[in-house]
Design a protein around this ligand. Sequence first.
Ligand SMILES: Cc1ncc(COP(=O)(O)O)c(C=O)c1O
Length: 360
Amino acid sequence: MDDNWKNEIPTPALVLDYNKMMENINTMAKFAKEHDINHRPHVKTHKCPIIAHLQLKAGCKGITVAKVGEAEVFAQSGIDDIFIANQVIVPNHIDRFAKLNKYIKIRCAVDSQKNILDLSKIAAQNNTTLKVFLDINLGLGRSGVEPGEPALEMARFIEKTPNIDLVGLMGYEGHLTPMMNLDQKEKMANECFKRIVDTRDLLNENGFNIKNITTSGSGTYRYAANYEGITEIRPGTYVFSDEHLDMVEKAFKIAVTILGTIQNQTGKKEFTTDAGAKAIATGDGKPEFKDFPKSKIRVMNEEHTQFKAIGLDKNLEIGQKIEFYPAHICTTINLHDHIHVIKDNEYVGRWEILARGKSY
Ligand SMILES: Cc1ncc(COP(=O)(O)O)c(C=O)c1O
């Protein structure tokens, strides 16, 4: 099959294999259905409303975002059930969150008294009541109150604060995602889930009525779904997969590549492409070559990647196309305005990455 579409796309560019993405979406949706668990995908991976709608159509119950700016984009696309799996701290952000709360079902996570008081004050100014999940630290250490008594104390604080309702517990055991030893990973994930489920029990023994527990991403969702008491999973990266996820979770196919053009030959089998660090995020590692994986990157600059091609039978020509697999797709997505969509090896259009840069 020829790849004529490669010459139609201005590079550097993101390219989506629609069929692979749909397979990923359907694999996760089927898994969630079979395990009778709520599936609320984290859309920070694609930042595209059209893809969120495809996920919802496949059976997801609402979406997860990291920021109010993202929530606004997805709400404007017609999505009316959004969880911000993060703290909303800045007063301007809280005000926008409170306004979204007037017309969609939206929740965020909390872990400090100061933030709870700020949310309460701005909710009252907006004449609304905000619903929150108490963030429990499951070992990642980035956020959350400690499980057990500290969580009970914070829950009691929320209970006595006006204009704020506690509706569930949130955890995220993202530190386990890269683990290669799957037996060890399952054991550690179950320890995390035990902490949050035990915390729910402690709260309920003390008069609360907590049913919702949301946890997990693409690296640990399968353990969460088998753990009694966890009611929701929030995988994000699975929709596209990437080099990192592919090392630990083979249920998903890498669906997005970065297309570049060879622009210089700098030596024997040595080349430079126009896809550099402004097109491929490098913070979590270097990309891989799709067609000749043994090739070695010499240097990545802003607009260029210099490499030695290994495993080629023919020389590469100036103007020829080359595809990379990103190490981390979520940060790479945020570098692009749109994604070019290929279905059955045909170019079918360009989707806008509407929540790109909406980190505020
Ligand atoms: C709080 C939270 N939940 C869920 C996810 C989804 O994880 P993944 O992208 O590994 O599927 C993330 C990822 O950053 C996250 O930060």
